[in-house]
Ligand binder design. Structure first.
Ligand SMILES: [Zn+2]
Length: 259
């Protein structure tokens, strides 16, 4: 049976000087060594280090599945030179003609994909190998997709930003929260994936068990803030404002309904 491990925990937080959005990067060991999402450049070193810690070199990664094309999930693609890339046909098509105002799918993502060895365009329900299949989950982006893995612990859903975290699952109507494409599709997809997965590995949070209406994290939070900005004398002038609203508009101007 395939296994799934988190190489780099996803999270999303904001500072008064800009946001920090890091997607989760997960490794599936099955018939192939498969990465689901690869993160962006600020995480390149970390991902390589974490792979080394589990005995895998970047060139040994055989497959990369992109849950969607957003820059924070895809920009490390060139660092896995031998990997075949898998993504939904809808998402690939969109990268070739993205909306000019879509800040998460700039046109250079399409260029990057066209420079990779091979991009396999998937349809809803396709099997990648025994025990691993994809499920369409559009709404957050035009062709968002989940990877469902049958493991010894239950069905694991690597869901990308179709359900970015536990807080999104706890909403009265679970949804992607940040919608770049279609609000109604985003809600339908979140419902569908919660019906399908026993364990949810979200795009920007740590994994949790789906005991709806309860959602239990599998592990405690472990992120440490290193080297915060200091004054000349070493004093740290900073504050934490946990109640601040980090994102003013969750429905992005490129959403289909607003276009
Ligand atoms: Zn996204």
């Amino acid at each position: 049976m395939p296994t799934v491990e988190v190489l780099a925990q996803g999270f999303m937080t904001a500072t008064s000087e800009g946001g920090l959005g890091f997607c989760s990067v997960n490794l599936i060991r099955g018939e192939h060594l498969t990465l689901v999402d690869v993160g962006h450049l600020a995480r390149r070193e970390l991902v390589v280090e974490r792979l080394a810690a589990v005995g895998v070199k970047p060139e040994e990664i055989e497959r990369v599945v992109l849950t969607h094309a957003h820059w924070d999930h895809s920009l490390n693609l060139p660092f896995f030179p031998n990997a075949e890339v898998f993504m939904s046909a809808e998402e690939y098509d969109y990268t070739q003609h993205p909306h000019a105002g879509d800040w998460a799918t700039p046109a250079y993502i399409g260029d990057m994909l066209n420079r990779t060895k091979s991009v396999h365009q998937l349809r809803d329900g396709e099997e990648l190998e025994a025990g691993i299949r994809v499920m369409a989950a559009p709404g957050h982006s035009p062709g968002s997709m989940c990877v469902l893995v049958e493991t010894g612990e239950g069905i694991v859903g690597l869901v990308g930003d179709a359900l970015p975290g536990r807080a999104a699952a706890l909403l009265p109507t679970p949804t992607a929260r940040i919608v770049f494409w279609d609000e109604e599709e985003a809600e339908r997809s979140a419902r569908k994936l919660l019906d399908a997965c026993e364990l949810v590995f979200p795009g920007h949070d740590r994994p949790f068990r789906n005991n709806a209406p309860r959602f239990d994290y599998l592990a405690p939070q472990s992120m440490t803030l290193l080297n915060p900005p200091r004054d000349e004398d070493g004093t740290i002038h900073g504050s934490v404002n946990p109640g601040a609203v980090a994102f003013v508009s969750l429905i992005q101007p490129t959403a289909k309904r607003k276009a």
